[in-house]
Design a binder for this molecule. Structure first.
Ligand SMILES: [Zn+2]
Length: 354
């Protein structure tokens, strides 16, 4: 995904200074520098290295952090899963078998794109796993499952080895864990898990297109609307961070406010501090085509601060540091718990909280 910008909070609104008043510029600069220093000191004090993950107090046993982490490790063990690569093919086959064993019906949306470097044809394949297709209330749960060709934000080795544990692996691992709970949904609920390919077939930033898989899916949905449309969608991206903090994402509030605030309300009712109901980043992610083209109100649950929010914090995003060791099964299980509980709340049946 691409970050558009950091959401500007009210207390950080930019101050306009006239060029004819240089003293005003100096005063504002000093105030700003003081503000930054205070924030930085506060951050250093509250975020010692190796800080534990204060997520949900008690994730119930039926959501299994170790199992979710094992899924993430197995995915990463395949190696890079770049669109059209042998690694992607292996992952795709393994996931199809996995979802089928848990009662899902697996289909693919296949199409081809041109490689932006050499013009060759590259096969692209969205994976769709369906549970209870004829039920009246259907939901879309999605993630991308391809990985970026290179860790191009890595200062030391931008052409290095990119395994995409959080960016590419975590959404898949979370949906694998969640799929253990989809056979037993209340009688009015159905789910499609959709894994998008070619989200990050980006060999050169600012030249190559993002979200080709979700764009294709959205266009197909618009051209051939299903008999029972989705009520809404939930996109999971970068949900494995060991220090999980998920904030409202700007485009999710814009396009899918009800879904977004609903999920954060559910998170609040379950306790813990991993979901923070405050707007932070604005991200252009796979939810954009779903909202803009297919008109499926879709929220993006994303912890874009990897490893942690705060001024001066490092970022593992698109670097060789995006590895399983920087992720946690506890974080994955927390997100699965919240999304599953929110899903159950969408049922009109009186079901005990499962
Ligand atoms: Zn990415």
């Amino acid at each position: 995904m691409k970050r558009i910008r950091e959401a500007i909070r009210d207390d950080q609104a930019p101050t306009r200074v006239s060029a004819s008043k240089p003293w005003a510029l100096i005063v504002v600069t000093l105030i700003f520098a003081g503000f930054v220093l205070v924030r930085f000191v506060a951050f250093r004090q509250t975020q010692p290295d190796g800080v534990g993950n204060q997520v949900m107090a008690q994730v119930p046993n039926r959501y299994q952090p170790e199992r979710a982490m094992r899924y993430l490790q197995e995915i990463c063990k395949i190696g890079p899963r770049v669109t059209g690569s042998p690694g992607m093919q292996r992952q795709r086959d393994a996931l199809a078998r996995f979802f089928q064993e848990l009662g899902g019906t697996v289909t693919f949306q296949n199409f081809e794109i041109r490689h932006p470097e050499n013009g060759e044809s590259v096969p692209v394949s969205n994976l769709i796993a369906t549970w209870h297709p004829n039920r009246p209330k259907r939901f879309l749960l999605c993630a991308h499952y391809d990985t970026r060709p290179y860790p191009d934000s890595d200062r030391r080795n931008p052409k290095g080895y990119f395994v995409g544990a959080n960016d590419g692996g975590s959404g898949v691992a979370a949906l694998m864990e969640l799929s253990h709970h989809l056979r037993d949904l209340p009688d009015d609920l159905g789910v499609d898990i959709v894994l998008f390919d070619a989200e990050e077939f980006v060999w050169l930033q600012d030249r190559d297109d993002y979200f080709l898989g979700s764009k294709f899916f959205a266009q197909k949905y618009l051209a051939e609307p299903p008999a029972i449309p989705y009520q809404s969608g939930v996109l999971l991206d970068m949900v494995g961070d060991r220090e999980l903090k998920i904030y409202y994402e700007g485009n999710s509030l814009k396009y899918a406010r009800e879904v977004t605030t609903g999920i954060f309300r559910t998170a609040r009712s379950l306790g813990g501090s991993a979901f923070v109901p405050r707007r932070r980043h604005v991200i252009q992610d796979a939810h954009w085509p779903l909202n803009e083209i297919a008109r499926i109100p879709t929220t993006d649950l994303i912890d874009f601060d990897y490893p942690r929010p705060g001024f001066g914090a490092p970022s593992y995003w698109h670097t060789e540091q995006d590895v399983p060791a920087n992720c946690s099964g506890q974080s994955l299980a927390t997100v699965v718990w919240v999304v599953h509980q929110w899903l159950l709340e969408q049922s009109d049946e009186l079901t005990p909280k499962g």
